[in-house]
Design a protein around this ligand. Structure first.
Ligand code: ADP
Ligand code: MG
Length: 696
């Protein structure tokens, strides 16, 4: 396995969904290539190579053979290399204007019979030359595909242009060619736009860092910073790395990660993230992650990869194109045979371009995913938006998700002759290395009461139950009643549980020594968020928790949902599966750390407050960068809005093309107008999908 490697190769010249397939095909055919993913928006191919994998020159040759290129020097992959897109933008605006003017001239000119006059006055070879020059890039692609026995979207239209030329209507052929080019540019524009969205996002990370080396401050390119080095951040500066504050205090604007502009206070020990900004104050940060490994870097990568998860709708659109083109070809042939009208047949081939169908889904998905990423919602693929729009069951995790995740120990009851401080010391020592929020609560309680911690040996955490450790030769466990069966015999616990508290029982050498009660605060926005989700059509909402029956009931009642208590992590997975077996589509919201398996099992797993927790970002299908329950109904809304736009795009294109085909076949729509007409749905799709870029 040692010789396997992954290669990231930048690809230039791709501007449509078809191109992706071509490049993929070209690379996949090479020796030693195990798999290849091609990304349109980020313009690259990620290739898994086996031991005798192809080298870069071979890959470049294959890519060039397919009609695309690999730039000589691979760009370095640190986020934030903005490329000049303003130029493209102005060119495209210009194109829009030219397009509108030509459309106008064509329609009015046809109406006035202008084209017939021109065709009869200007000699035919002049027209032929115009068509060949103008249409060269398109004809080249069509012929190249034809040599590989492939039919592409422009094949039929090119035939139409050829037919028009043959019957002497060269003006029509010129117009057809013109609109094919415009269509290409429209597609490029949208791809460019989503590329720009990602690049804008990437450009938010600073490119240099001020580090302390050998007692001196130096500014170095971000790529030179090492993990563990101290980075100095001054007021008004962006933080270049992920890390932990070692000194100083600052007010940080984390909008780049969380979408939330309300600044947060950080001090020694706080985690800070790359691409966030110190508004006031200055901090020294010990670097924990740089570049691609930062939370920000992951977000960029995942947004890029979101493209790879093509939604089912997209596959349907692809399949559809595969049937669509032959059908259109047959209609054209029939028109020619039955009506003996070559011009009508040409109009049929020209009016029915499948490009719009290919564009309908990915453009809407990309627009939504890009806009959401800026608002702190990381959606890993269009597929999840599609599933979410149909979901009818929502399952919630409790600890660390619904609650603030900072439980506090309110009562410490010492039993069997021990002192409170002794119980706390043993419990906190046992919990010393646990990452559970309750463990943290126990440690905080010990610290507050100045109880010194010992060193646990043979520490073991049992998910959903508690912890076990050996302390000074004694076996100590801390956990819930399932974990400590002796606890059920205690009479004093019902009252605490009825207050909604979580009880932790501590034992030493099998003997119960104390009870700790923890209370956690429900996040204020939860009840409203639940109502909103219910109004969006989610019929079943259920709280799943490993906590005790009574505190689960108290909480569930506050937010008006059903609940199941005393669950182990595997019970949660089982419940998700049960719902799925009944045909439900299940969304699960968790913290993504100790409930990662259940999140993965759900149709859509949403991790709450994922910024800074790598596992959560990796495990979830959708990661919410800040702990804010209003984002949950929001993500449902985004999904629905996106699918509405997708359906509109497809429906509109279908109706439009059907109408166009009919009019063309009956000779009502002359080829010249057909050419103009076919490019309109693209613009409609663009405009319609662009609505998703705006956030309400
Ligand atoms: P939830 O399902 O509410 O998110 P968990 O599955 O994380 O909660 O934990 C369930 C229960 O297991 C907790 O309420 C607690 O009683 C017990 N527990 C889990 N981990 C620990 C720990 N480190 N220390 C003490 N108790 C724990
Ligand atoms: Mg939990």
């Amino acid at each position: 396995m040692a010789n396997e490697r992954t290669l990231e190769v930048p690809i230039r010249g791709m501007d449509c969904a078809e191109c992706v397939a071509h490049v993929q095909h070209a690379i996949a055919g090479l020796a030693g290539v195990k798999s290849v993913d091609v990304f349109l928006a980020s313009e690259k191919a990620v290739i898994q190579l086996g031991p005798q994998g192809a080298d870069l020159p071979t890959i470049r040759k294959a890519v060039e053979g397919a009609g695309y290129s690999v730039p000589e020097t691979a760009q370095d992959d640190i986020p934030g290399q903005p490329r000049p897109t303003d130029f493209t933008r102005s060119i495209l605006t210009l194109f829009g204007i030219v397009f509108a003017v030509v459309l106008f001239i064509v329609v009015v000119g046809e109406w006035l019979g202008l084209f017939e006059t021109i065709t009869s006055r200007v000699p035919w070879p002049v027209g032929l030359i115009m068509v060949l020059i103008g249409g060269y890039p398109i004809f080249r692609n069509v012929i190249r595909a034809a040599l590989k026995r492939q039919v592409i979207a422009h094949t039929l239209m090119s035939l139409g242009a050829l037919a028009a030329l043959l019957v002497g209507q060269w003006a029509t052929a010129v117009v057809v060619v013109f609109f094919m080019r415009v269509g290409d540019y429209a597609e490029q524009f949208t791809t460019e736009r989503s590329r720009r969205a990602i690049k804008n996002l990437a450009a938010m990370a600073p490119q240099t860092a001020r580090i302390e080396r050998a007692g001196e401050e130096r500014t170095v390119p971000i790529g030179e910073v090492q993990v563990g080095e101290i980075v100095v951040v001054r007021p008004g500066e962006k933080i270049p790395v992920d890390g932990e504050v070692v000194s100083g205090q600052a007010t940080i604007d984390q909008a780049a990660i969380t979408g939330e502009s309300m600044p947060v206070e950080v001090g020694t020990g706080s985690k800070v993230f790359a691409a966030t900004m110190a508004r006031l104050g200055s901090v020294r940060v010990r670097t924990t992650h740089i570049g691609k490994d930062t939370t920000f870097g992951r977000v960029i990568r995942l947004v890029e990869e979101a493209e790879a998860h093509r939604a089912d709708v997209q596959r349907i659109a692809d399949k559809f194109s595969a049937y669509y083109l032959p059908v259109v070809g047959s209609i054209a042939l029939l028109t020619l045979l039955l009506r003996r009208d070559p011009l009508a047949a040409a109009a049929v081939t020209v009016v029915a371009c499948s490009c719009s169908f290919a564009l309908a889904t990915p453009i809407a998905m990309l627009a939504s995913i890009g806009a959401a990423a800026k608002a702190g919602l990381l959606i890993k693929g269009g597929k999840y938006l599609e599933t979410l729009a149909k979901a009818d069951v929502l399952l919630l995790d409790k600890t660390g998700t619904l609650t603030l995740g900072k439980p506090q120990i309110t009562d410490v009851i010492a039993l069997n002759g021990l002192l409170q401080a002794e119980v706390l010391a043993l419990a906190a020592t046992a919990e010393r290395y646990s990452e559970h929020p309750l463990a943290e609560a126990v440690r905080v309680a010990a610290k507050e009461r100045d109880v010194a911690l010992g060193q646990p040996r043979q520490f073991e955490a049992v998910p959903g139950m508690g912890v076990r450790a050996e302390i000074d030769g004694h076996r100590v466990s801390v956990g819930n009643a399932r974990f400590v069966p002796e606890a059920t015999k205690l009479p004093l616990t019902t009252e605490l549980e009825a207050q909604g508290k979580t009880l932790l029982f501590a034992t030493r050498d099998g003997q119960i020594i104390g009870v700790l009660a923890a209370s956690d605060t429900l996040r204020a926005e939860v009840p409203q968020a639940m109502n909103a989700v219910r109004q969006l059509g989610v019929r079943q909402i259920e709280l799943l928790t490993g906590d005790n029956e009574r505190s689960a009931a108290a909480l569930a009642q506050q937010i008006g949902v059903n609940y199941r208590a005393n669950l182990l992590p595997e019970d949660k997975i089982r419940i998700v599966k049960e719902y799925q077996a009944q045909g439900h589509i299940v969304v699960m919201v968790g913290d993504g750390v100790n409930d990662a398996p259940a999140l993965a099992q759900a149709n859509v797993g949403i991790a709450m407050g994922a910024a800074g927790t790598d596992v959560a970002i990796e495990a979830a299908h959708i990661a919410l960068m800040r702990e804010d329950w209003t984002l949950v109904p929001e993500v449902f809304r985004i999904a629905r809005r996106t699918m509405r736009v997708v359906k509109m795009n497809i429906g509109f294109t279908a109706v439009y093309n059907l109408l166009g085909l009919t009019l063309a076949a009956f000779g009502i729509l002359p080829p010249i107008l057909a050419a103009a007409a076919q490019s309109l749905p693209d613009l409609g799709i663009l405009g319609n999908s662009a609505r998703l870029l705006r956030r309400k």
